[in-house]
Every structure is written in C-alpha cells, then in structure tokens.
Design a protein around this ligand. Structure first.
Ligand code: FE
Length: 231
C-alpha cells in the first residue's frame, strides 16, 4: 500500500508505505499539522505504524514524528549526521528498515544538509530535498555542500535504474513523481552539468532565508516535540 500526502503550507510531500499482509506501516517525512490525516488512513486500514522516517532535519516545517510516537509508539528515525539526539534510531548509509515483508534501504545523500538521506523501497526512491523534480535542495545552510550534493546525486542516485520512480520531499509546482531517467536527462541543475558548473550555479541562487528555519530546525532536532521525553 502506498499513499502520498501534500502539505499546502510548506509544499511538503509525505509518504505512507504499508505491507498488505502484516499491515505494518512506515511514514516518510510526516508534518505535525497533518497527523490526523495520517492517523485517519492508518486507522481506516487497520495499520500498525512502526516508524516515522526523516529524510533530514527540515527547515520549513515541523515533523510529526514525535507526536506520532506518543500516539502510536512508532519509532522516530533520523540520520546520525543530523544531530537529532532524541530520535529512537540513528540511521546510517546502507541500513535496512523492515516492515512486514517489505524493506527500505537508506542511501546517504549529503549536500542539502550534512545528514540528508534518501530511502529506496522497491522501485521507488524517496529523495527528501536532495533531488527534486527539475531541481534539488539548496546547499547554503545547515552544513549544506554543493560538491557533496553533486557527488551524492550523480554517484548514488543516478546510478539506480532509469525507471526508478523519484518521489521528492517537496514540489512547489504541483508535480508529484518523476524518474531517475527523467532527472538525469532534463533536470536543469544537473543534466550535462560538471561538478564545477553545479557548484557555481548553487553558489549564485540568492535564495531568501526560509521563514520557519529558526523554529523548525531546533524543534526537528527533537523530533518536533521539544518538551516530551523520548527513548
Ligand atoms: Fe530541507
């Protein structure tokens, strides 16, 4: 079972994956304001939420992972390199998360943030803000590094089969899915760009500071619930 959710306020895409037999489920990048929507689907289908996975510590919205844990016992999982010490699970490259018969592989894709990861499930890749449809995450804050992002995308993600579906962490233009072949072929930041060209391009985006960053980043280091004990 596979569901995609969209958060209007932050243009965040959240994903629910579930194993049909065991009914065990996983959420990727839940948004705190929308947990009732997730719980509605989870309850409607009799699912047991095992994990809330984060692709990174977000700057633009607060994660629902901590609140969901308090309601469902679902464990929170964030990359080791994110500095989110209260998460139940610290993820590393190559880790495998299982739910029922299904498994998700963690692929370290640093660059947007030092702790950014992508998740590969079957033929679907959840890229967070590392690789976006026709774009990529910015690299000018949160230990971002354009050279590392270029390496992660070109060496780790673009080496997956072309038909792998790309489900990003955001889209601001109403798009919902792409593929590795499409991004390799026409992503204007990456297609036919050298590493140096990419670094140059990323250094000159002149993007405004995200509105939520000073609130969201500290909160997300504590899974979105600073005042609740974890672990
Ligand atoms: Fe981000």
């Amino acid at each position: 079972m596979f569901r995609q959710f969209y958060d209007e306020a932050s243009s965040t895409l959240t994903y629910l994956l579930a194993d049909a037999n065991s009914r065990q489920a996983v959420l990727i990048d839940p948004v705190t304001e929308n947990i009732d929507d997730y719980l509605g689907i989870i309850n409607q289908h009799g699912l047991a939420l095992l994990y809330s996975l984060e692709t990174h510590v977000h700057a633009d919205h607060i994660t629902g992972g901590g609140k969901l844990k308090n309601i469902t016992q679902a464990k929170t999982a964030v990359s080791t390199a994110c500095g989110a010490d209260t998460a139940d699970i610290q993820l590393n490259d190559g880790d495998v998360i299982t739910f029922g018969e299904e498994s998700i592989r963690v692929i370290a894709t640093p660059g947007h943030t030092a702790g950014s990861v992508s998740f590969l499930w079957r033929d679907r890749l959840f890229t967070g803000d590392s690789l976006l449809i026709n774009g990529c995450g910015r690299t000018d804050f949160q230990s971002g590094d354009a050279g590392k992002l270029y390496d992660a995308i070109t060496k780790r993600l673009f080496t997956l089969p072309g038909e792998t579906l790309v489900y990003p962490g955001h889209d601001y233009n109403g798009r919902r899915v792409s593929s590795i072949a499409q991004e390799k072929g026409i992503n204007p930041r990456l297609a036919n760009k050298t590493r140096d060209e990419f670094i140059e391009l990323m250094a000159n985006l002149n993007l405004p500071k995200p509105k939520m960053i000073d609130i969201a980043v500290p909160a997300n280091r504590k899974c979105g619930v600073p005042d609740v004990q974890h672990g």
